[in-house]
Design a protein around this ligand. Structure first.
Ligand SMILES: NC(=O)c1ccc[n+]([C@@H]2O[C@H](COP(=O)([O-])OP(=O)(O)OC[C@H]3O[C@@H](n4cnc5c(N)ncnc54)[C@H](OP(=O)(O)O)[C@@H]3O)[C@@H](O)[C@H]2O)c1
Length: 341
C-alpha cells in the first residue's frame, strides 16, 4: 500500500562516476533521475529525508576487493540515511514508520527490515540523533573512550579530530571522567568551541604548526590516553609523548585517506612497545551486544545536559557530494548531515 506522503514522482540519485584519485571531487559523482522503485514481498519503500556522511565512505568508492562495502562505478553512492516508510508490504513496518539504514544518496529506496543496518527510529528520538549519537559516530566515541581509553581523574587525554563527529563526543566523555583533556583541531573557531562549549582544558590548532611543543605545554608529564581520528604526523606527535601505562584508541586516519603516495610511517612507533599498556583498533561491530547499554548511558547524559551533540546540517539534495567532501577539507564542525527534503 502506498502512503499519501509520496511527494515527488522522480527518484534523484547520485551514482559513482569515477574512482577518486587523490582529493574527492564533485565530478566523481553523477546526478541521475530515475523512477521510484516498487517494493517486493516483505519490503518497504523509504522516502529518505536525511543523509549522514563519514570519512570512511571514500574508501567504498576506490577499487578495493578486500572491502566488503566496496562499490562499483554506476552504483548509487552508499551512506547511512534516515526517512519515512511511504509504502509497505511488511506489517511490522507500516507506512509512517521512521527508519534508518544504508539507503545512500537517493530520494527513495526499497529496503527490508532484515537488511544490514536497517532499524526503526524509536519514538521521541530526533532523526539527527538517531543518525549521529546513537549510531556509528556516537557509539565509536563511547567505545574508544569508555572501553579502550578508560581515562582516570587527573590523567592527560589527547583527542585528534576533536571538533568532528566522533572527536567532540570523545572529548566530553573524557571530561566527564575527570581527565585533563586537550583537543586537536584545524581552526581557531573549532578550538574555541572545544574549550568554551565542550569544557576541554586546552586545544591545539594543528595548522599553526609545532604540535610537539603545544602538547608538551598543555600536558606536562605526557599523555595517558590518545584517541586518534587522523593518523599521520599528528599521531606521530602523540606517540612521541605517551607515557608508561598509556592507552591508544585507534579510531581512524583521515589525514591519509586521500594520500596516493607511500603510507606515513610514524618514526615514534617504538614508544608503543616502550610505554603503551593497551592499543586497540576500534571495531564497533564487535560490540553490538553493548549498543543498548551505551545508547542508554548517552541518553542519560544528554538528558542531564552533560553531553552535547552538534549537527552541521547542509540543505539540499544537490549538496550530497559537497557534504562528503567537507569532511576532508575540514569545513564541518560536529556531525555532517544533509537534509534532502
Ligand atoms: N573505527 C570506526 O568504527 C570509526 C567510526 C567512525 C569514524 N571513524 C573515523 O574517525 C575519524 C573521524 O570521523 P568523523 O565521522 O568524526 O569525521 P569528522 O571528524 O566529523 O570530520 C572529519 C574531520 O577530520 C579533520 N581532517 C580532515 N583532514 C585532516 C588532516 N589531513 N589532518 C587532520 N585532520 C583532518 C577535519 O577537521 P579539522 O578542521 O580539525 O582538520 C574534519 O572536520 C575518521 O578517521 C573516521 O574514518 C572510525
Amino acid at each position: 500500500m502506498r502512503g499519501t506522503s509520496v511527494l515527488k514522482n522522480i527518484n534523484r540519485q547520485f551514482l559513482i562516476a569515477a574512482r577518486p584519485d587523490g582529493l574527492l571531487k564533485e565530478s566523481d559523482f553523477d546526478y541521475v533521475e530515475t523512477s521510484i522503485p516498487e517494493p517486493g514481498d516483505g519490503q518497504v519503500l523509504v522516502q529518505v529525508q536525511m543523509v549522514a556522511v563519514e570519512p570512511a565512505l571514500r574508501g567504498t568508492m576506490v577499487e578495493d576487493t578486500n572491502n566488503p562495502a566496496n562499490l562499483q562505478i554506476g552504483d548509487v553512492m552508499g551512506a547511512l540515511a534516515a526517512g519515512e516508510v511511504v509504502e509497505s508490504n511488511n506489517p511490522d513496518v507500516p507506512i509512517g514508520t521512521r527508519v534508518q539504514g544504508l539507503f545512500g544518496f537517493a530520494d527513495y529506496v526499497v529496503s527490508h527490515p532484515k537488511a544490514f543496518l536497517f532499524s526503526v527510529i524509536p519514538d521521541g528520538v530526533p532523526m539527527e540523533a538517531a543518525l549521529y549519537i546513537f549510531d556509528t559516530s556516537g557509539l565509536t566515541a563511547y567505545l574508544g573512550m569508555a572501553h579502550v581509553g578508560k581515562p582516570q581523574p587527573g590523567e592527560n587525554v589527547l583527542v585528534s579530530g576533536a571538533a568532528g563527529a566522533v572527536g567532540s563526543i570523545a572529548v566530553q566523555l573524557a571530561k566527564q571522567a575527570g581527565a585533563n583533556v586537550v583537543g586537536i583541531a584545524g581552526s581557531a573557531e573549532k578550538c574555541d568551541w572545544l574549550v568554551n562549549d565542550l569544557g576541554a582544558d586546552g586545544a591545539i590548532n594543528y595548522k599553526l604548526g609545532d604540535i610537539d611543543a603545544q602538547i608538551t605545554a598543555l600536558m606536562p608529564g605526557g599523555i595517558d590516553v590518545y584517541f586518534d581520528n587522523v593518523g599521520g604526523e599528528i599521531l606521530n606527535a602523540a606517540l612521541g609523548q605517551i607515557r608508561l601505562g598509556s592507552r591508544l584508541a585507534m579510531c581512524g586516519r583521515i589525514s591519509e585517506y586521500e594520500n596516493t603516495g607511500p603510507a606515513y610511517e610514524p618514526s615514534n612507533s617504538a614508544n608503543i612497545i616502550k610505554f603503551c599498556r593497551h592499543m586497540e583498533r576500534l571495531m564497533l561491530f564487535d560490540h553490538q551486544d553493548k549498543f543498548p547499554a551505551w545508547r542508554e548511558a548517552m541518553t542519560t547524559m544528554i538528558d542531564d545536559g552533560s553531553l552535547q551533540y552538534r549537527v552541521d546540517m547542509l540543505d539540499g539534495f544537490e549538496n550530497l557530494p559537497r557534504g562528503l567532501i567537507r569532511l576532508y577539507t575540514g569545513e564541518n564542525i560536529g556531525k555532517q548531515l544533509i537534509s534532502i527534503t
